[in-house]
Design a protein around this ligand. Structure first.
Ligand SMILES: NC(=O)c1ccc[n+]([C@@H]2O[C@H](COP(=O)([O-])OP(=O)(O)OC[C@H]3O[C@@H](n4cnc5c(N)ncnc54)[C@H](OP(=O)(O)O)[C@@H]3O)[C@@H](O)[C@H]2O)c1
Length: 268
């Protein structure tokens, strides 16, 4: 059976690594047309090539910094041009994956750094708002389209040192819920996928390049992979147009809660 996502335009933020890059390859395998954004353009170029190799009908990329309104709007204007160039007047964005984001540091609030707080709130919260506001005109009038936000189990539970990241992802969850209410009747589906521990560049970014510390996060555990999450993103987007997966939590079997992780060799 032909995929519903074949030839559909899919915009992915944070497509230069981790979930976003894996999602680009996975939508590519469905024959979608991809619009990929992130700050590291040279990485996007590689991901676009991989997505084309996987079967994407088209895969284009452009620089995007979701922490800037100008950049978000410029990116969507570029995306609109690409869509309209392909199908003048008819073009529509079918799927928006708001994935760009991440955590910085594990400082308690008393030692928190403004720059870390501001980046986490800019990307995980304001980034979703900016991208959604800019992209919505390309999606309205097209029942069955999907806005898929990437949250986290951190938006549902809090842990010491993670308070600001947890607050940001709790913000993402409420934005998703509010948007679903606001878009009722448009036929657009608004979803959040909330992963637990997954091995991507997430911890390297959180620990500011300290890869030894990042590796320790996954010691003795078989965490989720970027591909596990990408498969879920595609599955959510690919449901029949009347089906909305409102909220989906995905964790590896070794993780029962944010800080309740079973490690190989550890006492149960
Ligand atoms: N890995 C986990 O354990 C986990 C669990 C739950 C949720 N999440 C969430 O999943 C999402 C993807 O994370 P990941 O695990 O795939 O981590 P990752 O490998 O570090 O990927 C993060 C992506 O976000 C992009 N990004 C960061 N800041 C950006 C900005 N200002 N503008 C545009 N793009 C930006 C990065 O691209 P550039 O640096 O090139 O801009 C990169 O492509 C994030 O929202 C994260 O919070 C991760």
């Amino acid at each position: 059976m032909e995929s519903r996502l074949k030839d559909q335009w899919v915009l992915i933020t944070g497509a230069s690594s981790g979930f976003g890059a894996a999602a680009a390859r996975a939508f590519g395998a469905e024959g979608s047309r991809l619009l990929l954004g992130a700050r590291r353009v040279e990485r996007l170029e590689e991901v676009a090539a991989e997505a084309r190799q996987a079967g994407a009908a088209d895969a284009q990329f452009h620089s995007l910094d979701v922490s800037s309104t100008d950049s978000a709007e410029e990116f969507v204007a570029w995306a609109k041009e690409r869509i309209y160039a392909h199908s003048p007047g008819l073009g529509r964005l079918h799927v928006l994956v708001n994935n760009a984001g991440g955590a910085l540091g594990l400082d308690p609030i008393a030692q928190g750094k403004d720059a870390d707080w501001e980046t986490m709130l800019q990307t995980n919260v304001l980034g979703i708002l900016r991208m959604t506001r800019a992209a919505l005109p390309l999606m309205l009038g097209q029942p069955g389209g999907a806005i898929i936000n990437i949250g986290s189990i951190a938006g549902r539970e809090v842990y010491e040192g993670g308070t600001v990241y947890c607050a940001a992802k709790a913000g993402e969850l409420q934005i998703t819920r509010g948007l679903r209410l606001e878009l009722l009747g448009t036929g657009l589906r608004v979803c959040t996928i909330d992963p637990g521990m997954a091995e991507t560049e997430f911890s390297i970014v959180r620990f500011k390049g300290d890869s030894a510390r990042a590796r320790k996060v996954y010691e003795g555990v078989h965490p989720l992979t970027a591909e596990d999450v990408a498969e879920t993103i595609v599955w959510v987007a690919n449901r029949p147009p009347h089906v909305c997966i409102d909220e989906l939590i995905i964790k590896c079997a070794a993780q029962a809660a944010v800080q309740k992780v079973h490690r190989q060799g550890a006492q149960r």
